[in-house]
Write a protein that binds this ligand. Sequence first.
Ligand code: MF3
Ligand code: CO
Length: 279
Amino acid sequence: MYGAPERIELKSTEQILLMRQAGLVVANALQAMSEIAAPGVSTADLDAVARDVLADAGATSSFLHYDIGSGPYPAVICASVNDRIVHGIPSPQELLADGDLVSIDFGAIVEGWHGDAAVTVLVGDVSPEARAMSDACRESLWAGLAAARVNGRLTDISHAVESSVRKAGRYGIVAGYGGHGIGSSMHMAPHILNYGKAGKGPRLTHGMALAVEPMITLGSQRTQELDDGWTVSTVDGSWAAHWEHTVAVLDDGLWVLTAQDGGREELSRRGVAVSALAA
Ligand code: MF3
Ligand code: CO
C-alpha cells in the first residue's frame, strides 16, 4: 500500500492460452473433487484426486511447497471445512460429514503459467442458511468478475463483490484476505479487496489476469490463524464460504480461464462480452 505500486504483469496471447490450459486442469480437478465429496470421505482423499488430475495432465501444483513464511505447504489443495475459511490443510483424519461445507481451493501450473480457483461444496443435506451463504458467495464472485473490463479500474471489482454480498443478506465479508494478480506466479500484484468504493486503483488493461475470490461468513468478518500456521478460521465459529476464478481481461471481453465454459453462461446473463479467444 506504500510507495510505488508494483507493476501488473501483462500476458501475450500465447501466455493466456497456456493459462487457459492450467485453468482447465483446475476446472477438471475441482469438478472431480466436488463429485466425490460425501460423508466419510477425507479431505486427504480430495487431495489425492487432485494429484491424479495433475499427473494425468502433465501439470504441476501451484500450492505444493508454497512458502509464505510458515514452512512449505504440504498438499496440492486447500480444504477448509465449516468454520475454516481458507488454507485448510487436507488430512486423512478429517472426514467429511453430512451437512458440512467444504471449500476446496486448487492451483495448477502448465509450462510456468498458473490457474487458481475455488468452490464451496455442500456435503449431503446442508442447512438452508449455509446453502444460501455459499450461493451468495458464488454470486458475488460472478458479480466481481463481470465488473472487470479494459479501461475500468481495479476496485470496480471490489465494489461489485461487496454490493452483491450486501444485497444477498447479512454476511461477514472476510477482512485481510482477497484476490490477486496471477500469471507467471500464483500471487502477484495487484491485491484485490472484496469491498470498497468503485473507480479506484490501477486501470485494467488488455492482458491482465486476476484471481477474484470472495470469502464470506454467517457471522463476523474476523479471522484467526490456527496453530498449523496455515488454516484460517472465523473467530466466532461461524461457517464460511469461498469461491474463486481466474479471469483474463482482454480488449474484446473477458475469459474466465478456470471455468469449463470460459464463463460464457454467467457473463452472458450479465450482459458482459466473452473474448473471441474463448471460442
Ligand atoms: N489459492 C490460494 C489463495 O489465493 C492459495 C493457497 S496458499 C497455498 O489464497 F499455500 F496453499 F498454496
Ligand atoms: Co487465489
